[in-house]
Write a protein that binds this ligand. Structure first.
Ligand SMILES: NC(=O)c1ccc[n+]([C@@H]2O[C@H](COP(=O)([O-])OP(=O)(O)OC[C@H]3O[C@@H](n4cnc5c(N)ncnc54)[C@H](OP(=O)(O)O)[C@@H]3O)[C@@H](O)[C@H]2O)c1
Length: 390
């Protein structure tokens, strides 16, 4: 029996993870749950899974949770970062799934690593922000970081048992999002509602916008660098609109190994939970002839979608620039979702925030948090200057 804690249990990944638990009740036990503000959904999950410990983002959310009523055997660990840390480092937890949005769970991931817990990582922002610190801690403690992001999970599967020296390059596939094929000028007037209509995946709002700008793929390039120890020059992105191939690895002899599957996050989540074993999942079958059909590939259009190039630049310059990229992107996407910023202005906010930053070494958590705070304030200021007149 693996005993798991889920950070972000009320979200898209969190709910898929609980569906995996439902499919394997004899193998998985929920010990901890943490959520942001959705007290109703967390209360229902607590009633069903009876975890030992739970946490929410704010005191107000915990008050709502307590008014709804708690299972007698579930303790409230607290709110904010402390609550996440307490859930992730609870003594009964074997594996922590980090599936909360934003970067509030960074300290919790580090605490879980210090306690020797396996990490299943869905949240790419944490590795973009503090990849060096997180991977150094994991290596020091001998802790595995198992990728849940479908592309990285695919690469993890393709690499199984292969030596690093056999890799020529990693190829991340991208659906291209809802605006694939549009020019930069055609993108100026697209709305948040248009951008939220992802062609192949059902996901949370922030990652869906990141998929529309291609920043999601940019964040994934940086994530791949930290997970697999390869440089940006060895990580390619190819647009593959059907999202059947989840990613590929090209080996030094020219062989390309790919992982294919249905577009359902239960597959990579289950693999992270079962690893190094593989469990049956009869409902996740890929029907190549009738459902997948034709597989297409094209190069990404970095003129229309400049976020991808910005991410490569941040990775190349390294130091504090990825922290700035991530923070400015979060600010810009939130304002776009609030209808206060245009779609093409997202990349402009990020580019101008990066240009206004003096890259520095960030080797401690407090240095990372300080750059993050600076970038959020600076990018808010720039975004205010580009505010949409509605
Ligand atoms: N969805 C996918 O298919 C997918 C695929 C690959 C990677 N990812 C990554 O996985 C992460 C989650 O994505 P998602 O699509 O599941 O997002 P989502 O549906 O928006 O869910 C976010 C989750 O995080 C919780 N949360 C937000 N702020 C929190 C805080 N301060 N403390 C504790 N919990 C907090 C939310 O709680 P409330 O709802 O209760 O507020 C919710 O449970 C992201 O980093 C994303 O990039 C997602």
């Amino acid at each position: 029996m693996k005993r798991i804690a889920i950070l972000g249990s009320t979200g898209s990944i969190g709910q898929s993870a609980l569906a995996v638990v439902d499919a394997h009740p004899d193998r998985l036990q929920v010990v901890g749950l943490a959520a942001g503000e959705n007290a109703e959904r967390l209360a229902a999950q607590i009633a069903r899974y009876r975890p030992r410990v739970a946490a929410m983002a704010t005191g107000a959310a915990i008050d709502r949770l307590q008014r709804i009523g708690l299972a007698p055997d579930t303790a409230i660990a607290g709110s904010g970062r402390d609550g996440l840390v307490a859930v992730a480092s609870h003594p009964d937890v074997d594996l922590v799934l980090c599936a909360s949005s934003g970067t509030e769970a960074l300290e919790a991931v580090l605490a879980a690593i210090e306690h020797g817990r396996t990490i299943a990582l869905a949240n790419k922002e944490i590795l973009v922000m503090a990849g060096a610190i997180v991977t150094e801690a994991a290596e020091r403690k001998g802790v595995a970081i198992l990728p849940v992001d479908s592309e990285h999970n695919a690469i993890h599967q393709c690499l199984h048992g292969r030596a690093r020296r056999e890799i020529r390059r990693l190829v991340l596939t991208a659906s291209g999002g809802p605006f694939r094929g549009r020019t930069a000028s055609e993108l100026t007037a697209v709305s948040a509602d248009d951008a939220l209509k992802h062609p192949t995946w059902r996901m949370g709002r922030k990652i869906t916008i990141d998929s529309a700008t291609l920043m999601n793929k940019g964040l994934e390039v940086i994530e791949a660098h930290w997970l697999f120890g390869v440089d940006g020059s060895q990580i390619d992105v190819v647009i593959h609109p059907q999202s059947v191939i989840h990613s590929m690895v090209e080996l030094i002899d020219g062989s390309v190994i790919a992982q294919l599957g249905v577009t359902d996050m239960r597959l990579p989540i289950q693999y992270a939970f079962s690893y190094p074993d593989r469990w049956a999942a009869p409902q996740l079958r890929l029907d190549l002839a009738t459902a997948a059909g034709r597989l297409e590939f094209e190069a990404p259009d970095t003129a229309a979608f400049p976020c991808l190039a910005l991410a490569y630049r941040a990775l190349d310059e390294a130091r504090s620039l990825p922290v700035v990229l991530n923070a400015a992107n979060e600010v810009a996407v939130a304002r776009f979702l609030d209808r206060r910023l245009g779609f093409t202005a997202i990349a402009e906010v990020i580019a101008r925030t990066m240009a206004g930053h003096n890259p520095a070494e960030v080797t401690t958590l407090s240095a990372v948090r300080a750059v993050d705070r600076w970038a959020r304030e600076y990018s808010q200021e720039i975004a205010r200057g580009l505010e949409l007149k509605v």
